[in-house]
Design a protein around this ligand. Structure first.
Ligand SMILES: Cc1cc2nc3c(=O)[nH]c(=O)nc-3n(C[C@H](O)[C@H](O)[C@H](O)COP(=O)(O)OP(=O)(O)OC[C@H]3O[C@@H](n4cnc5c(N)ncnc54)[C@H](O)[C@@H]3O)c2cc1C
Length: 398
């Protein structure tokens, strides 16, 4: 346990860059087990609590949150979701996945609400979060006392040491740059305009519009807010899209005979999501362990990112608790081996979803062939219960 001296701050288990789902779930579980740690977050609290991203939580994630006393908000305000629909020129495929595969369902709870709950709970458990504090360097991960050097909002340099460090600073953080990992990556060449509309969902279910002009997605979030996606040109400037253009393009790609029209409303947030995937292996270096998007960037096509962050954080928490409280590093040493297969499975399914949802990119000579495959995948989902079962298990599983 380090003592405070000069710019050093006291720290038991270690410091963690990142107050996203990964860092906050980990911090909460450790704190409840009496293992103290410090969360360093480069953004301000308000910004972190308002950042809208994920919404679909798999049962494994919900079970973890419940088991560790972190689910009061989602149990009170989240809602269950068990249907998704594909709309294409070939017709509609309506899958009630509570009746397929293992019969599992999602809980829809906006990520910013979950992050807000996790911060409040962590602080009430006596935890410490330094907001507006950006980690600049990580040192000594192969020694006994790894350190994090950060700069706070007033420009002061802070140094934190601990027994272990967890890199929970997302896909663009610095933790991953410290791990000499083999990086397997794929740029899918696809960009989405990601939109949040102040408008009720047009249907209870997620709708995937598989259209020759590009993918469109309808994802319910709350009774008043809906997330939409529109596949767009990578060079698009989101601000150049008028609200009228957005709604007419969404309607065109999501329209199907006999279905209610989209419910329009102001677009309250817009941004670009470039579909890129990455898997790091290994996911630790010495006493630094990576979790969440720091380990794997995954496209939102199958809603896996936040779920991998939560399940990875729980796995790492158990390893750290054993190591700090009992001096037993067995579980920590298994962390990479246990977590990477889940990541690969989620990546494989997300990639399959990308191929299912998007027309072939560019003008390659095999595009016509790829279009045929896309139609075959949709057909299989429409007619084969075996395909539907496998889809359901992957769609809701981690
Ligand atoms: C539009 C969109 C929709 C999505 N939808 C879904 C969905 O439905 N389901 C799902 O499971 N996933 C979804 N995802 C993915 C999901 O949001 C991420 O996988 C999830 O946020 C990962 O959590 P994390 O804690 O690993 O990283 P993050 O949430 O990115 O948190 C990392 C934190 O680290 C901080 N940080 C970074 N660098 C530093 C530094 N140097 N010093 C200090 N702090 C730092 C960042 O500010 C951030 O707060 C979506 C993503 C997007 C963009």
């Amino acid at each position: 346990m380090a003592r405070a001296s000069g710019d050093e701050r006291p720290d038991c288990c270690g410091a963690r860059p990142g107050a996203g789902p990964a860092g906050l779930v980990l911090a909460n579980i450790l704190q409840a087990a009496g293992v103290e740690s410090i969360v360093l977050e480069r953004r301000g609290r308000v910004q972190v609590e308002q950042r809208a991203r994920a919404g679909f939580l798999a049962p494994d994630s919900v079970a973890i949150l419940r088991e560790h006393g972190l689910a009061a908000g989602l149990d009170a305000r989240g809602h269950t979701h068990d249907r998704c629909e594909f709309r294409s020129a070939a017709g509609r495929i309506d899958l009630r996945y509570s009746e397929l595969g293992g019969g599992r369902i999602h809980t829809v709870y906006p990520q910013q609400a979950l992050v807000t709950d996790l911060i409040a709970e962590y602080l009430s458990r006596g935890g410490t979060v330094h907001f507006d504090t950006a980690v600049e360097r990580i040192e000594g991960v192969h020694g006994d006392r790894p350190a994090v050097v950060a700069r706070d909002g007033e420009g002061r340099e802070l140094r934190f040491t601990g027994d272990y460090l967890a890199g929970c600073d997302g896909a663009r953080g610095i933790s991953r740059t410290v791990v000499p990992a083999r990086v397997a990556s794929c740029d899918h060449g696809i960009t989405w305009l990601a939109l949040l509309a102040q408008a009720p969902p047009a249907a209870e279910s997620v709708i995937y519009g598989v259209h020759a002009r590009g993918f469109a997605g309808h994802m319910p979030r709350t009774a008043e807010v809906t997330r939409y996606y529109l596949q767009c040109d990578p060079s698009t400037d989101p601000e150049q899209w008028s609200e009228q253009q957005i709604w007419s393009e969404l309607a065109r790609r999501l329209d199907a005979p006999g279905t209610p029209a989209l419910i329009t409303g102001p677009i309250i947030e817009r941004g670009l999501v470039r579909l890129r995937s990455q898997i790091l292996d290994p996911i630790q270096a010495g006493r630094l362990f990576l979790v969440g998007d720091a380990v794997t960037s995954i496209s939102p096509s199958a809603a896996k990112g936040a779920n991998l962050a939560i399940t990875g954080a729980e796995l790492l928490a158990h390893g750290l608790i054993d190591a700090v409280r009992r001096g037993d590093e067995t579980a920590l040493q298994r962390y990479s081996r246990q977590h990477l297969p889940r990541i690969r499975r989620a990546q494989e399914f997300s990639h399959w979803m990308i191929d299912l949802l998007h027309p072939p990119v560019g003008t390659g000579p095999d595009n016509a062939y790829r279009s045929e495959l896309q139609q075959a995948r949709l057909h299989n989902l429409a007619v084969s219960t075996a395909h539907q079962d496998v889809f359901a298990d992957n769609y809701v599983g981690i």
